[in-house]
Design a protein around this ligand. Structure first.
Ligand code: AP5
Ligand code: MG
Length: 216
């Protein structure tokens, strides 16, 4: 099964992907996580990506698509993936279609998690991240056992640079102008499924699993 997970910043894409990929035996492919790993690796490329992400802007389309194509080197990965945060522009969707067509494959479903702007602000305002291992917490809905410390590796939790209020606004603006048009793109090809994201994380996961199991 090949699935794309969409939704505004903070809708819960990463949280949901981690919850459902095991049950469906899919590889979780997050471009945001890939870019953060490239930033952590340093070098000129890492610094350039860091500047783009830190501003809440998008990495250029061609570069992003090449990173995804390079990540999915094992052909078996093209049979069972959940893409989290890619594509997020129409040109990226067209590039993904071309990558799939080259392998004589297509998408089974695009799941869009819907969340109001008010909820997005509450989710991102309370998010705390472990930049070392990628674990994600929330001050209210998913707190770590010890405040400010990652349960997994004991490192200090941080606020992502792009979770500062002005950067969240910029990301929302870009989502509306560049990513929302993708909903029409995928509605036209008949693969779009919309899932309300305003419930506890396990309940949202149940909704996503129900939609995807109905798809099999
Ligand atoms: P990326 O990391 O993908 O950021 P995003 O799309 O803005 O989404 P987030 O990761 O912020 O939110 P999420 O939906 O995963 O929510 P989460 O599960 O963490 O991308 C970062 C940057 O990389 C981009 O801005 C861009 O620069 C670049 N980039 C990435 N992909 C790109 C592409 N394709 N093209 C170009 N550039 C690209 O949840 C949020 C919070 O809410 C957490 O604290 C969580 O604990 C909490 N939470 C989750 N679900 C619930 C729930 N149901 N109830 C209560 N709390 C919840
Ligand atoms: Mg995420």
């Amino acid at each position: 099964m090949r699935v794309v997970l969409m939704g505004p910043p903070g809708a819960g894409k990463g949280t949901q992907a981690k919850k459902v990929v095991g049950a469906l035996d899919l590889a979780h492919v997050s471009t945001g996580d890939m870019f953060r790993r490239m930033v952590a690796a340093g070098g000129d490329l890492g610094k350039r990506i860091q500047a783009i992400i830190g501003q809440g802007h998008l990495v250029p389309d061609k570069e992003t698509s090449e990173v995804v194509d390079a990540f999915l080197t094992q052909e078996s990965l093209w049979d069972s993936f959940m893409l989290d945060g890619f594509p997020r522009t129409v040109p990226q969707a067209e590039m993904l279609d071309a990558m799939l067509a080259r392998r004589k494959k297509s998408l089974d479903a695009v799941v869009a998690i819907d969340l109001s702007e008010q909820n997005v602000l509450a989710r991102l305002g309370g998010r705390r991240s472990c930049l070392a291992c990628g674990s994600v917490y929330h001050e209210v809905s998913a707190p770590p056992k010890k405040p400010g410390v990652c349960d997994r590796d004991g490192k200090a939790l941080q606020v992502r640079e792009d979770d500062k209020p002005d950067k969240i606004r910029e990301r929302l603006r870009i989502y509306e102008s560049q990513t929302q048009p993708l909903l029409d793109y995928y509605a036209k090809s008949g693969v779009l499924k919309r899932v309300p994201g305003d419930a506890e994380a396990d309940e949202v996961a149940g909704r996503i699993l129900a939609v995807l199991r109905g798809q099999r």
